[in-house]
Write a protein that binds this ligand. Structure first.
Ligand SMILES: CC(C)(COP(=O)(O)OP(=O)(O)OC[C@H]1O[C@@H](n2cnc3c(N)ncnc32)[C@H](O)[C@@H]1OP(=O)(O)O)[C@@H](O)C(=O)NCCC(=O)NCCS
Length: 197
């Protein structure tokens, strides 16, 4: 599968899973008509989660802009959604940039780790506060790894690293095979981590 296929055939990157609370979730790429539920997800994130997770602002305008120019072949935006009271809601939002971001690459250059724009990718995961630590993130990650492997990606690094104090995040990454390769300061200490896919 080529990353462009995700834009053309989103069903090929879609599956269903059972959450630990008994709910069924759909794991699927973001679509153009998701602006309202993406905004709802962004606005619902707690200060703590926003403190750990910052690939872009979390407001309705950002949600609308993202949905107005979806290009999964460049940045895959994988959702977990549930149905509640007859409405769909987002409970997880995982970003994968196909390649290495300009902001991350210099740190890997300094570490002497050669990254490949064509076969490496960059991850930024988030789960809604009420669904964190209940296994949902692991279900999304397992699905995402399978999609990325099918797209020919070989390695994944963290988008802006992970804060040293984010113990759950660090555990989560290690569980999926990430290893710490470096540390850097930006207000607080962060780890760079990389995993083979
Ligand atoms: C990090 C995140 C994506 C993980 O998703 P999740 O659904 O909460 O993760 P899961 O429930 O599948 O797994 C959490 C794991 O962390 C473990 N854990 C929970 N709290 C922990 C802590 N304080 N220290 C170490 N491990 C911890 C759990 O036991 C579980 O491990 P296990 O599967 O081996 O039992 C999610 O918690 C999140 O969105 N956090 C806020 C935003 C964030 O930190 N994003 C990453 C930025 S780099």
């Amino acid at each position: 599968m080529h990353p462009e296929d995700i834009d053309r055939y989103p069903e090929r990157a879609t599956t269903g899973v059972n959450l630990s609370n008994g709910q069924t979730a759909c794991l699927r790429p973001l679509s153009a008509d998701d602006g309202d539920i993406l905004g709802e997800y962004f606005l619902g994130l707690s200060k703590t989660t926003r403190g750990f997770y910052g690939p872009h602002p979390f407001d309705q305008a950002t949600a609308d802009n993202i949905c107005g120019e979806i290009r999964h072949a460049e940045t895959l935006r994988m959702l977990a959604t549930i149905e509640q009271d007859g409405q769909e809601h987002i409970v997880a939002y995982f970003l994968v940039f196909f390649g290495i971001l300009d902001g991350d690459r210099p740190r890997y250059d300094k570490l002497g780790i050669a990254l490949d724009q064509d076969t490496d990718c960059t991850l930024a995961p988030s789960v809604a506060d009420a669904y964190q630590n209940t296994g949902g993130g692991s279900l999304v990650m397992t699905h995402l790894i399978s999609v990325l492997r099918r797209c020919g990606r070989k390695r994944v690094v963290l988008w802006g690293g992970v804060q040293e104090c984010n113990e759950r995040g660090v555990h989560f990454y290690k569980k999926f095979g990430f290893r710490k390769v470096g540390e850097f300061m930006s207000k607080i200490n962060n780890y760079d981590m990389i995993a083979d896919l």
